[in-house]
Design a protein around this ligand. Sequence first.
Ligand code: AMP
Length: 283
Amino acid sequence: MQIITEPRQMQAIAEKMRLNRQLIGVVMTMGALHEGHLSLVKLAQQTAGIVILTIFVNPRQFAENEDLHRYPRPFEQDVALAKAAGVDYLFAPESETLYPNNFQTTLKCGALVEQFEGERREGHFNGVATVVTKLFNITKPHIAVFGEKDAQQLAVIRQLVEDLNLDITIIGAPIIREENGLAVSSRNIYLSSEEHRAASVLFQAILHAKKRIAEKETDLQSVAAEIEEMIRSTPGCRPDYVAFVDEKSFKTALTAEKGEEYRLLLAAYSGSVRLIDNAKIRA
Ligand code: AMP
């Protein structure tokens, strides 16, 4: 595995691979690699001959009050995990390399980011869209794998690719969970063992919603209210938002129509740690 930090060098390698008719897959991460990230690498390997993993803690997608400076950066461990997973190139630029002093162009997302994560995290998705576009231009992939764990982000990236005519196939990867159902996340290390145990309520809430919809409940708002109550009654936990949305538009859905698919979006705190989760639910 080759580690690359300079965009020009990564572009030259990617261009050469393209000329050799090699299929390039990219997986973008902020590092602190875990099973979720590695499942994305595996999925990329099933489609592409060459896999580039990027590690970049993108300052432009963190709001002022967020955890940019304490975000975990176990680089040596990440290198070992990426190597063991069979990654071909690890692209890990410095922040000053991607954002030199005269940097001034930022993408602006539309209606998709008006609610949920976009509403709560000022400028987050504009920062994501901008860095993802830069990393596409640097790694020149044919395919890119993103996790359903960040469902709104995946929708934003699909929209970005469509809107800007990017010639890249986006693959969504299923959520990898811990034994207690908690979605694996680099931020789970912030949880105390008690908060970690309590956080499994998010997965319990998803199971509850699936059961209620399977029982033919059509009032999605009342199912969402039941879930909020489940979270609120778990010690140390409080809901941020719970909503059923249309998968593509991310507009809130109030009533379940038979045969239709919805995405249940959850954000909640366990202690002071904010967690997100989601699931596709068919009525
Ligand atoms: P991050 O490093 O948190 O920015 O995540 C990098 C990529 O890994 C994103 O596409 C995430 O959606 C994906 N990802 C993070 N956690 C998981 C998980 N538990 N299961 C599947 N994909 C994940």
